[in-house]
Design a protein around this ligand. Sequence first.
Ligand code: COA
Length: 158
Amino acid sequence: MLSGLTDLSRYFRFQTAIGTPPRPALLLRMLCPTGTAFVATRDQTIVGHAMWAWAPGESTAELAAVIAEDDQRRGLGIRMLSIAAADAIAAGATHFLFVVSAANERTLRMIRRRWPTATVERDGALLTFTAPARLPEERLHVVSPRGATRSSAVARVP
Ligand SMILES: CC(C)(COP(=O)(O)OP(=O)(O)OC[C@H]1O[C@@H](n2cnc3c(N)ncnc32)[C@H](O)[C@@H]1OP(=O)(O)O)[C@@H](O)C(=O)NCCC(=O)NCCS
């Protein structure tokens, strides 16, 4: 899935060159983070990935997602972020952290709408959002991650 992304999507997710195929160390961090990773699959092909990982700060979970190019803008990204957010809260997170390129308008809009009280700091080309840990409205439509094994597929795309 990562190799099929446009350069822009890869940059927006990783803010650095990840190699083609991506470096094994990167894949390991995506599949075995200090928090939990989730993948969405269709016909045994991964079409989405979301994760949270412990970050510096009081009970702070960093959230991130990436969706396969053809599956973007269909609601899967926010659905997967909702799953990761719920899991992070269940693990004790009280704050969420998002590190986003200042040019990533879709993600900026997504965060500002769902976490309107988030505070933001600029660090060069990156914006760092910190928000109280709460679930976006879409949680109502999300299957509970409870019982899912770590790094397992929890979202199946019809
Ligand atoms: C950012 C990303 C994860 C969002 O996932 P996505 O599945 O494309 O986004 P979603 O469909 O869930 O929703 C994003 C927006 O599109 C809208 N949308 C959803 N379905 C839509 C449709 N059929 N037509 C038009 N817009 C739609 C949503 O309403 C949402 O807008 P809003 O925040 O204003 O409500 C994805 O675009 C991606 O992988 N981008 C590259 C990597 C990246 O930027 N990662 C984020 C770094 S943390």
